[in-house]
Design a protein around this ligand. Structure first.
Ligand SMILES: N#Cc1c(-c2ccc3ccn(Cc4ccc(CN5CCCCC5)cc4)c3c2)n[nH]c1N
Length: 242
């Protein structure tokens, strides 16, 4: 998978050199290219923003540098890339979207700042990209870089070979709709707290059943919205008039 990230703060993407993502890059599983948007300006001040038409607080990112950056990337693309533009008004990112994006060969991230990117950039980008506007959640960040890092990590870890033990991708939170079970390691007694006896039993059937029950209890307590809705007992409950 090829990943391009465009930002006025390229150093913000330094974590992509670390840990499993960094190893995947060195192993050739990921081709990650970070671009400084200011390299696509042509004035002496390398200007990327200006005041908003119609007034309002803050600044808006100018269309010209973005068009030049995206044209450069599109010109190098082997196939139609997916352009992900993080924004508070985007479609909520979740594990299902991560799985969908993991099937793409080329992801491009446009990391905005200030009050956002001129709307005409989104329209023009649709010529060369599948455009997805994506939000991490219902809170306001200062830019798109944190979202790009989160999305890249969630997507890359689903790619074959990135996570050493693919088994760890099973029974994770949100992978199958339930939260994850609690985990323990040595010592078996610590500051008055003991590891649940079942985990020391060696009975893999009991352990699996206990873990599933823990996942159900945790999901009910912390995220009841994730639990499957009870099937209606009768057509009447569904207000189906026959
Ligand atoms: N993903 C994600 C995000 C982001 C995110 C992502 C990308 C950018 C680029 C810039 N900002 C800052 C910002 C701040 C306020 C507003 C709202 N303004 C209202 C008045 C008219 C102008 C727009 C928009 C943009 C960003 C924030 N925030 N939260 C998420 N889950």
């Amino acid at each position: 998978m090829r990943l391009d990230v465009v930002s006025i703060f390229p150093a913000y993407l330094a974590p992509l050199d670390l840990s499993l993502i960094g190893k995947a890059r060195r192993d050739g599983l990921l081709d990650v290219r970070v671009h400084d948007l200011r390299d696509f300006t042509h004035d002496r001040h390398r200007t990327v923003d200006d005041t908003p038409y119609g007034g309002g607080a803050g600044m808006v990112m100018k269309p010209e540098p973005w068009a030049a950056a995206l044209d450069s990337i599109a010109g190098q693309a082997d196939s139609r890339p997916t352009l992900i533009i993080p924004g508070p008004g985007g479609q909520r990112f979740d594990q299902q979207m991560a799985r969908e994006l993991a099937g793409r060969s080329h992801l491009v991230f446009a990391c905005g700042r200030y009050e956002g990117i001129d709307e005409r950039v989104y329209q023009r980008a649709a010529r060369d990209f599948d455009v997805r506007i994506v939000s991490l959640g219902d809170y306001v960040l200062n830019g798109g870089e944190v979202a790009a890092l989160a999305i890249i990590e969630a997507v890359a870890r689903l790619l074959p070979g990135v996570i050493g033990n693919a088994a760890s991708l099973v029974e994770e939170s949100h992978e199958d709709g339930l939260l994850e079970y609690p985990v323990y390691t040595k010592p078996d007694h610590w500051q008055g707290h003991s590891v649940p006896e079942v985990l020391l039993s060696g009975d893999h059937g009991r352990i699996a059943a206990w873990r599933h029950e823990q996942r159900l209890q945790r999901t009910a307590a912390r995220r009841p919205d994730l639990l499957p809705r009870p099937a209606a007992a009768s057509a009447g409950e569904l207000n189906i008039v026959v």
